[in-house]
Design a binder for this molecule. Structure first.
Ligand SMILES: NC(=O)c1ccc[n+]([C@@H]2O[C@H](COP(=O)([O-])OP(=O)(O)OC[C@H]3O[C@@H](n4cnc5c(N)ncnc54)[C@H](O)[C@@H]3O)[C@@H](O)[C@H]2O)c1
Length: 167
């Protein structure tokens, strides 16, 4: 028996890095996993690599786009019938240009903020990961979300108060 048996998890930014590891972790613990990333080909390859660990679906998504987020959720529900967990992991992080804020191109900085700061809210505003039954059960069940998101303080705070996740 896995801790996440019967659950469906979406992990954004899952083509590589921590997102890939989150996906592997959920699969090992029994969840069905939607691996989502803006790098469509790369996330396909990553999902293929984890296929032997469980049921996994690769989806191309841009977390700054509400339409793309909705499409991801629809594909997840079509494939697995439900969404229980959303890990807002996607970020411009490994590829982040290491230059001074004084020299940074304003358009690039906007793009970084759109993904790293607003991306999580974009997905949450589409109600992805929200389960009506959870809403009635109260905030205590948010703890797993908090645990998974503790590396992203903004999302951590938002999740603590607003994000329903049943795990
Ligand atoms: N690696 C670390 O040491 C570290 C430390 C602190 C926090 N973090 C956080 O962990 C998370 C992942 O870190 P990582 O090191 O795995 O980063 P990474 O750069 O290796 O991976 C980020 C993934 O997000 C994807 N992505 C970027 N923009 C996207 C978009 N608009 N829509 C969908 N996907 C998009 C990228 O394609 C990539 O696959 C980030 O939220 C980062 O802030 C990481």
């Amino acid at each position: 028996m896995g801790f996440f048996d019967g659950k469906v998890a979406i992990v954004t930014g899952a083509a590589r890095g921590l997102g890939y590891d989150y996906a592997r972790f959920f699969l090992q613990d029994g969840a069905r996993v939607v691996m989502a990333d803006i790098q469509g080909d790369a996330v396909e390859e990553s999902a293929h690599a984890l296929q032997s660990s469980g049921e996994v679906l690769a989806v191309s998504v841009d977390v700054t786009s509400p339409a793309s987020a909705t499409n991801m959720a629809e594909l997840a529900v079509k494939a697995f019938g439900r969404i229980d967990i959303l890990v807002n992991n996607a970020a411009i992080w490994g590829d982040l240009q290491k230059i001074s804020l004084l020299e940074i191109d304003p358009g690039y900085w906007d793009a970084v903020l759109d993904v790293n700061l607003k991306g999580a809210q974009c997905l949450l505003s589409q109600q992805i990961g929200v389960e009506p039954a959870y809403l009635q059960s109260g905030p205590a069940s948010c703890r797993r979300w908090d645990y998974l998101q503790c590396h992203r303080s903004w999302t951590y705070l938002y999740g603590s108060f607003s994000t329903p996740v049943s795990a």
